[in-house]
Design a protein around this ligand. Structure first.
Ligand code: DGY
Length: 310
């Protein structure tokens, strides 16, 4: 029997599928395993189903041993996976593209609305029982009609966000690798009223939004990040907000996740959510099931559905 290890809870539908291909061991810990725990946990595994907080690399493969055939990351992003190191050992890597596109685009747009319409501020005001009354100048936000949304990274999720923004009457500009109609990144920053990040985290995109990029944004613009935290230099973002260079930010992901830059926590012009982009029952089930199907395929000697090539 193949040994399939799963580093954190996954929905039952996925466990059932995996159980058809081998003995399934799910980590009982309700937290990410430490690197040492992870290495101990994967020993003897034929397949590892891992999460975005796990470092899935050559050391993990060595700890698993020579039987390891597949590493299935339950996420579309795979910056936590050392794909070349695993490929060099003949291990197949898979991710979960497609199934989380709409959920993530919905959340990105929800955050965009929340930050531009000051929903967090309003909620905090009510919950703190602060006296208030309707008046024409009260908690005014910024409308979206006719404004420009700059989408950095125009893949499946970036395009799905564009569709939503068009329905709200926004103009779209986008930048990204080799996309038809893309504008240079600097132009996007200069033109956009809201910048939404949808590029993967790579060495090139780490701190793409740094102090210079923030200064290059329109005064009064907003930043939305639902991709990976390190794409934004959080200290520079806090500086830019303190200096009034931009109007606000909405963040679902963090540079040193799960930590959040303390200066951002105290700001009313920042909306925060704890990495919820794909967090719907339907989407998380679809992600885990896709990861399971990939494992089942590889263990049966078939081509997986969504392989990540080195
Ligand atoms: C991903 O899939 O990369 C998201 O960050 C989590 O769904």
């Amino acid at each position: 029997m193949a040994k399939i290890v799963v580093t954190r809870w996954i929905p039952d539908d996925a466990v059932k599928l995996l159980a058809e291909a081998g003995d399934v061991v799910v980590s009982p810990a309700d937290r990410p395993l430490t690197p040492d725990e992870l290495h101990e946990f994967v020993a003897g595994a034929d397949a590892v189903v891992g999460m975005l907080h796990d470092r899935l690399d050559g050391a993990l493969a060595d700890a698993a041993g020579p039987g390891l055939k597949v590493v299935a990351n339950v996420a579309v992003g795979y910056d936590n996976v050392d794909v070349p190191a695993l490929a060099a050992r003949g291990i197949v890597v898979t991710n979960t593209p497609g199934v989380l596109t709409d959920a993530t685009a919905d959340l990105a747009f929800g955050l965009l609305l929340a930050v531009t319409r000051r929903l967090g501020e309003g909620e905090r005001l009510l919950r703190s029982r602060t006296p208030w009354s309707f008046h024409l100048g009260f908690l005014l936000g910024s409308g979206l009609q006719g404004k420009t949304l700059g989408i950095v990274g125009y893949g499946q999720i970036g395009r799905a966000v564009a569709k939503r923004a068009e329905a709200f009457g926004m103009e779209i500009v986008h930048s990204g690798r080799s996309n038809r109609g893309s504008v240079p990144f600097e132009e996007l920053l200069a033109r956009s009223d809201v910048v939404s990040l949808h590029c993967p985290l790579t060495p090139e995109t780490r701190h793409l939004i740094d102090a210079a990029a923030l200064r290059a944004m329109k005064p009064g613009a907003y930043l939305v990040n639902t991709t990976r935290g390190p794409v934004v230099d959080e200290a520079a973002l806090a500086d830019a907000l303190e200096a009034g260079e931009i109007a606000g930010a909405a963040l679902d992901v963090f540079e040193k996740e799960p930590e959040v830059e303390p200066r951002l926590l105290g700001r009313d012009d920042v909306v925060l959510s704890p990495h919820l982009g794909s967090a719907t029952v339907e989407t998380r089930t679809a992600m885990a099931v896709l990861a399971a199907r990939n494992v089942v395929a590889v263990l049966a000697g078939r081509t997986p559905l969504t392989e990540v090539k080195p």
